[in-house]
Design a protein around this ligand. Structure first.
Ligand SMILES: Cc1ncc(COP(=O)(O)O)c(C=O)c1O
Length: 397
């Protein structure tokens, strides 16, 4: 069978090779420490599971409105108002099968073939692939470690062209954990307003934030910016609900309507039971979330201290999400037991082969001088993994 042109450009995930090898080694009984996780290692809180079970028993097992139940939309509206100072109506909310699906819907209804989309690197690789799937052109802007891996207004302005349609902002970000301060968003917002750009603001890591940092949604900065922004969020990260697959978008009415129409011909509504569980997540106790954040912070601090103690490794302090993204640039061109290290991809291969530690090379995010470690794994694993990493680096010539 001949495949459609549309899929010919999709790149297989660059993380997959390492991941497949790590899993094979684990299956063979080897003690691999896996820093690759993209999901909280905590269980979904009990009250959320109970809400799902109650929904089953109440017979909430049928189709719901395509864009989500009114109950969930109301809970989302309340959340957006209380946390982000944003006011939306139910027809401006679209609940989908995970935030990834929300992003996909948004790109599909907004991007025309040939439109340019500004994507700050390091980026989460799904943005790149979805932009390409929509027939649009990614314009990648390399951000700088010295600058906390955040896009500046000058950098944004330097790549805006008459074909620019959209800019992606992901704060707190994957893989860097960078959180944009309000003033930084204000500066970006001026360019975005002035040039009439569309913003996709992916706020999925909003709740995983440390050091008293405040999450600000760019949509909240002015009525114009709200009209130009699609806010993306979801249950996966804050409520340890990755498997439940509930994400949502808040968008101007016309855009939300188009997203619902598109969704009506693909997945229809997201699972009714998971929607009921999400109402409990948003409206119930936030205590388990607080505990998770406190534990993530403890792990992050330990990891940072250990990584930055390794000569030649430098790691920014991420203010959000559950990843650290250290630079190994000073090891490029050097050798480990006669094997050349040309970038983080070689480093990741060597770490897995030699000390059985799985990390994600930065090439997966558009920057192969860095590698990503997730701290969504136990403290015991983190201690052991960092012992091994330290040993490894000490043997590089
Ligand atoms: C930046 C970012 N956005 C969105 C998602 C998608 O989350 P989900 O589809 O599970 O809601 C992820 C998951 O890894 C992510 O890292």
């Amino acid at each position: 069978m001949k495949l459609a042109d549309r899929v010919k450009n999709i790149s297989p995930s660059p993380t997959l090779a390492i991941d497949a090898r790590a899993k094979k080694m684990i299956a063979a009984g080897e003690k691999v420490i896996n820093f690759g996780a993209g999901e909280p290692d905590f269980d979904t809180p009990e009250h959320i599971k109970e809400a799902a079970m109650a929904a089953i028993h109440k017979g909430m097992t049928k189709y719901t409105p395509v864009g989500g139940t009114m109950e969930l939309k109301k809970a989302i509206i309340q959340k957006l108002k209380a946390d982000n100072g944003l006011e939306y109506t139910p027809e401006q909310i679209v609940v989908s099968v995970g935030a990834k699906h929300s992003l996909y819907n948004a790109m599909m209804v907004l991007l025309q073939p040939g439109d340019e989309v500004i994507l700050p690197a390091p980026y989460w690789v799904t943005y790149l692939e979805q932009i390409k799937l929509a027939g649009a052109v990614p314009v990648i802007v390399q951000t700088r470690q010295e600058n906390g891996f955040k896009l500046t207004a000058e950098e944004l302005l330097s790549v805006v062209s008459p074909r620019t349609k959209m800019v992606i902002i992901n704060s707190p970000g994957n893989p860097t954990g960078a959180v944009y301060a309000k003033e930084e968003l204000v500066e970006l917002g001026k360019v975005i307003e002035d040039r009439g750009l569309v913003v996709i603001s992916d706020e999925i890591y909003e709740k995983l934030i440390y050091d008293g940092c405040e999450h600000v949604s760019i949509a909240s900065l002015s009525p114009a910016l709200k009209e130009q922004t699609v806010v993306i969020n979801g249950m996966s990260k804050a409520y340890a609900m990755t498997g439940w697959r509930i994400g949502y978008a808040a968008a101007p009415t016309e855009v939300a309507r188009a997203m619902i129409d598109l969704q009506s011909h693909s997945t229809s509504n997201p699972t009714s039971i998971a929607q009921a569980a999400s109402v409990a997540a948003l409206t119930g106790t936030q205590e388990p979330l607080m505990e998770m954040v406190a534990e993530f912070r403890r792990r992050r601090d330990y990891m940072l201290q250990r990584l930055n103690a390794i000569p030649g490794i430098s790691c920014n302090t991420p203010s959000g999400a559950f990843y650290v993204f250290p630079s190994m640039a000073r090891y490029i061109g050097r050798q480990y037991k006669g094997r050349q290290i040309n970038g983080a991809s070689d480093l990741a291969s060597l770490l897995l082969d030699e000390v059985k530690v799985a990390v994600v090379p930065g090439v997966a995010f558009g920057d192969d001088r860095c590698f990503r470690l997730s701290y969504a794994t136990s403290m015991e694993n983190i201690v052991e993994g960092l012992n091994r990493i330290e040993q490894f680096f000490l043997q590089i010539d």
